[in-house]
Ligand binder design. Sequence first.
Ligand code: SF4
Length: 391
Amino acid sequence: MKNTFFIKTFGCQQNLADSQRIASYYLARGYRQTNTMESASEIVINTCMIRQTAEDKVTGLVKNILKQSALRARGSLSRRPKIVITGCMVGMAVRDETGKYLKALRKRMPEVDEFLPLEEVGFDYPALRNDVTHSWVPISNGCNNFCTFCVVPFTRGREVSRPFEDIISEIKELASIGCREVTLLGQNVNSYGADLVKNSKGYKLPNGRLVKPVMVKHLGRYRIPTLFPYLLEEVCKIKGIKIVKFISSNPWDFSDELIDVITKNKKIDRNLHLAVQSGDDGVLKRMNRWYTREEYINLVKKIKSKIKGAQISTDIIVGFPGETEDQFKNIIKLAKEANFAYAYVSKYSQRPNTAATKAFPDDIPHTEKERRFHIVDQLINHKGNPRSAVH
Ligand code: SF4
């Protein structure tokens, strides 16, 4: 059917939230959304690049769309749908000044009709939500941290925070139409507003309070204070909102102010996600993570002692280049000490343009990564005893 679209989303909640704005962008251009791929004249694929397998799924889907539409077209005049690629793969292509990544994309998927950068959609289109009872609300986009394994700063660019007032008015509007639960989203959700504070002589909050760009020391580094604790406080004051969640937070902006705000506000969910990535200081350093295992553990202890009922989940990568058996065992030790509620465990995978890909050989064999993955996954997510499996 003419002027109809279907969106297929890969990846994280941030991508799901982006797809809701992409849907609005299409509606504003007179398109209608369909429930199936087969009935759409335009298929938009919102992509993820966190691992090679995520990219492979996109390539596979494009081939499948072509195959299916060729079968349907047999003996009829129906045309194949237009294929539009957006999200992280396009983000990487537009930021890669050498143009090599775009060239490689075109070579891999010559049938793709359009590469749509998310910047064209922006934040101005209201998210199209099927059910507002629980709503994802992006508050920032991008990342400045350049962890050596991570592709996000290359796909989404530098961190940009949405204006404080825009977020509050969006959530007030959502509450007025029945939203009861919000999840605030950002690659580093608790870094929210550091760019707003830094880029001016301070940031004046809607209540008149001025947050100055003075440096504060946290986990061994000096940081610009973020606006996240103030934003959380304001969100909690919104009538009708009963539960406030946020993902994904980093350890270096999990400040005492943030802990205090969570402690005081019962609306804030006690399931907190705090990515650690490794349990070994040497590996953390090569990952360009800004803390030691001890600092991380102390932070977890502080959070658990101050916030009643707090449960910590995390992200862990096994098989990072050069990770020795002893360094791997430090992940096990840290996991036992932190007593994580659950963990997203992943096997290291080289990502284009990242420092780790350029600087370190991917030298842990796949079977060994598998073994380490199962041990950590079993320990944290299935509460197994890994001792017998560790050599
Ligand atoms: S792992 Fe997180 S903090 Fe590190 S570069 Fe990626 S998005 Fe940024």
